[in-house]
Design a protein around this ligand. Structure first.
Ligand code: 5GP
Length: 196
């Protein structure tokens, strides 16, 4: 007999460079391979330019500011925020439709957006990914070679604010080892969707 599940909204936040993308790649592979429980990833809209290898409609929906502003006017976002000079927003209809279909949704979003969603959706499960140390975070961010020096410094400034809000999150996972972080996330997910 299939276990009963209750779809939930998961908020996944952590400073840029902490390894959220790597954790999520492994998590989604693992969870979709061996689970009757369903969870999907919400693809955000952003005004940021694509990095090498990023695909429109896969990593983000890449739009210009005019299109982003139209989406705001049309109330298309569950939340949106400006982060490090660019806008990012969550597609409200996508999230609502999936939850209505009993499919959990994971939002990988920064702090301001996370706080807005927590307020609007008190049942959302908030998870913060933290680095082993600030020095390690800076090292990881620099080793990605995806940002200019100016962008790295902006992201490190944001990271300080994000790390000082850690106590607002229900769960905190330290990303010391990706495998351990994925196991902890899987455990949290399975526990939270179990309909008791
Ligand atoms: P990046 O430019 O590195 O892809 O993302 C920068 C930050 O924006 C990351 O912390 C990421 O989690 C966050 N982000 C991505 N999509 C959204 C969104 O839809 N809303 C908000 N508020 N933040 C987002």
């Amino acid at each position: 007999m299939n276990k009963k599940i209750k779809a939930k909204l998961f908020i996944f936040t952590g400073p840029s460079g902490v390894g959220k993308g790597t954790i999520l790649n492994d998590f989604f592979k693992k969870i979709n391979d061996n689970n009757s429980t369903k969870i999907t990833y919400s693809i955000s809209y952003t005004t940021r330019l694509p990095r090498d290898g990023e695909i429109d409609g896969v990593h983000y929906f890449f739009v210009d500011e005019k299109k982003f502003n139209n989406l705001i006017k049309n109330d298309a976002f569950l939340e949106y925020a400006q982060y490090s000079g660019n806008y990012y927003g969550t597609n409200k209809n996508f999230v609502q439709n999936k939850i209505n279909d009993n499919i959990s949704v994971l939002l990988e979003i920064e702090l301001q957006g996370a706080l807005k969603v927590m307020k609007k959706c008190p049942d959302a499960v908030s998870i913060f990914i933290t680095p082993p140390s600030f020095e390690e975070l800076e090292k990881r961010l620099r080793n990605r070679h995806t940002e200019t020096e100016e962008a790295i410094l902006k992201r490190l400034e944001c990271a300080k604010i994000e790390l000082s809000n850690i106590d607002k999150f229900k769960y905190v996972i330290e990303n010391d080892s990706v495998d351990c972080a994925v196991s902890k996330l899987t455990e949290i997910f399975n526990r939270e969707v179990a309909d008791v």
